[in-house]
Design a protein. Structure first.
Length: 114
């Protein structure tokens, strides 16, 4: 299984970005996919997850600003991020679990300037 994340970049506070994660080599529609983020020196933290049936789960600090969605026909999960804050600056990773084994993408950098 391979995951390819994209869509990061530099944005001003209050702006928006949409991240994409394409999953290759698995039965995508059956898997939970999640977005996580990590800054240097800190643990990787959950941003949001979406189940095969579309049930979503968000970290409290992202609720109301971030939206996770999926397009099973394109093997892609999206993370729409609105009203970005400088503290959202991080590397964002997507993750899925297949046959009990987690797989991670390389990550995409999001930088929010104040």
């Amino acid at each position: 299984v391979q995951l390819q994340a994209s869509g990061g970049g530099l944005v001003q506070a209050g702006g928006s970005l949409r991240l994409s994660c394409v999953v290759f080599g698995s039965t995508f529609g059956a898997n939970v996919v999640g977005w996580y983020r990590q800054v240097p020196g800190k643990q990787r933290e959950l941003v949001a997850t979406i189940s095969s049936g579309g049930t979503t789960n968000y970290a409290d600090s992202m609720k109301g600003r971030f939206t996770i969605s999926r397009d099973n026909a394109k093997n892609t999960v999206y993370l729409q991020m609105n009203n970005l804050k400088p503290e959202d600056t991080s590397v964002y990773y997507c993750r899925t679990v297949v046959a009990g084994l987690p797989s991670w993408g390389r990550g995409t950098q999001v930088t929010v300037s104040s």
